[in-house]
Design a binder for this molecule. Sequence first.
Ligand SMILES: *[C@@H]1O[C@H](CO)[C@@H](O)[C@H](O)[C@H]1NC(C)=O
Length: 330
Amino acid sequence: MAPAASRTHHHRSLALVVLALVAAATATVAGAQLSSEDYYDASCPAALLTIRSAVAAAVLLDRRMGASLLRLHFHDCFVQGCDASVLLDDAGGFTGEKGAGPNAGSLRGFDVIDNAKMLLELLCPQTVSCADILAVAARDAVEQLGGPSWTVPLGRRDATTASASLANSDLPGPTSNLNGLLNAFSNKGLSTTDMVALSGAHTVGRAQCRNFRARIYNDTDIDATFAASLRASCPAQAGSSSDGALEPLDGTSPDAFDNDYFGNLLSQRGLLHSDQALFGGGATDGLVRAYASDAGRWGSDFAAAMVRMASIGPLTGTDGEIRVNCRRVN
Ligand SMILES: *[C@@H]1O[C@H](CO)[C@@H](O)[C@H](O)[C@H]1NC(C)=O
């Protein structure tokens, strides 16, 4: 090999090594945010089992609680990241997120998290964060309802702040259209596939009449028989006696974590306007069809998307704190 060619080769190799180092360092920064699921193995060996037991007991008593715990984690992660900000109570001069539009009168599961946290504080004081409890509880709830399971990266710490205004601005709502949904998820670094897969969480849970009233009286992309049956318990006139009337988000199999949600969309039986928005001639029709016909594909996409959602903006290292009581900062 001629010396010049050799030097060129050498420079190119060096450049590749530098590029590889930069890539590795970048990957470390991005991936260092959370640790593996064995994070508490030494500091609190019973942590995962304690959370699992609390979730199992709650879901056995009330299957809807499984959906509520999943939603609680979602509403945490989309507001300031997965930092348990959603769990902070309003107190004195402090305003939390519980009174924000997407949360007031509909967010549930706080007692389940409190129960797990109380036990964990007895077993290993100030060790397991409320944010990690939420992430593990969501996974366990899905599993308990017959859905897929996945490994939950851990090591989140708890926020000392909350934001009602971000809760109002960053969470998608029941009247969102497809663009609104895609924007809300892409603002959090989640893809179109993540958005559609995660929407499948509406295979469980209930919605209040106030959130689907306009759809069942005014939307045109709704099955007529389906709309008529819902009108019986959700009158057109808003009122305190009917506004909170509950209907299953998946009328086909309300409490089973399966892919019927997507089948419902194919026959215009999505309960919320934002559900049916996924299948109405837009860019996500193909995915909805795919998930409706392939439960396995949806399950693995859902699990992967949950890991990504649970990794939104966590506090790690010395940021934030490990709360003693999930409802207030230390
Ligand atoms: C349906 O649309 C009409 C016309 O915009 C409106 O007046 C009515 O309040 C809507 N009904 C419901 C239940 O939202």
